[in-house]
Design a protein around this ligand. Structure first.
Ligand code: VGL
Ligand code: ZN
Length: 228
């Protein structure tokens, strides 16, 4: 039985709309061929996030797209993968078709692209763990207060991105119909954990564009990364 006030997933506050605007950023995590059906580390139904993301891209004025970008000898690769931390099949190898962003994924030309996982000795699940770029400081510096997280995979890179964003002081929304996980059990556990940690679970249908956008700043001229 679902009774409003008893089951927090049953309606009420969860059905309210949220206006997107000037102090928001959309974060799109690892929507790459290897994480979609046919890829080497396919997330079941992973490509289902694409139309949802494409639909809400125009609701934002700032966008961060992360990609997993491993060297062939990456420490997490195993010949006998156990599909857990540190034991994955080779995936998202730099420059291979599997590492490409999915072909139907929309990407504004002024989106910030964040590459991670390129150190052969270390894994990096979140764009906030990248050494070349302090993503949290970059977003704070551009007056971003809330981040809306989408992409793959719920219990790994989406989870870590959300935890890091919370730790950095952002208000974190998880767009539940725009994320997919590898295992249903671990994904559900990750979602509860993130909710406990302060993340807000929302559906894309609850998002409404306010039309407000960040003011263009003269110092903005493309990539915040100046060493590559
Ligand atoms: C991911 C496993 C290994 C992810 C990346 O994007 O969630 N998962 N590398
Ligand atoms: Zn990886």
């Amino acid at each position: 039985m679902t009774t409003p006030g008893h089951d927090r997933s049953g309606g009420g506050v969860r059905d309210q709309t949220t206006l997107t605007g000037a102090r928001d950023a959309l974060i799109v995590v690892d929507v790459q061929n290897d994480f979609c059906p046919g890829g080497s580390l396919a997330v079941p139904d992973g490509d289902a996030v694409i139309p949802v993301i494409n639909h809400i891209v125009p609701f934002f004025g700032r966008w961060i797209y992360t990609r997993d970008w491993h060297p062939v000898d990456h420490v997490s690769f195993s010949d006998h993968p156990e599909y857990r931390d540190g034991s994955w099949p080779p995936h998202c190898v730099q420059g291979t078709p599997g590492s490409d962003w999915c072909g139907t994924l929309d990407m504004p030309m002024n989106a910030i692209l964040v590459t991670k996982g390129d150190d052969p000795r270390r894994d990096a699940y979140s764009g906030f763990q990248v050494e070349r770029l302090d993503l949290a400081a970059f977003l704070h510096g551009h007056d971003v207060e809330r981040v809306f997280i989408t992409g793959l995979a719920t219990e790994y890179c989406v989870r870590q991105t959300a935890l890091d964003a919370l730790a950095a002081g952002f208000t974190v929304y998880l767009v539940e119909d725009a994320i997919r996980g590898i295992s249903p059990e671990n994904s559900a556990r990750a979602l509860s954990e993130l909710e406990q940690a302060g993340a807000i679970r929302i559906r894309s249908t609850q998002l409404v564009d306010s039309g407000e956008r960040p003011a263009p700043a003269h110092h903005e001229h493309g990539s915040p990364i100046d060493d590559d």
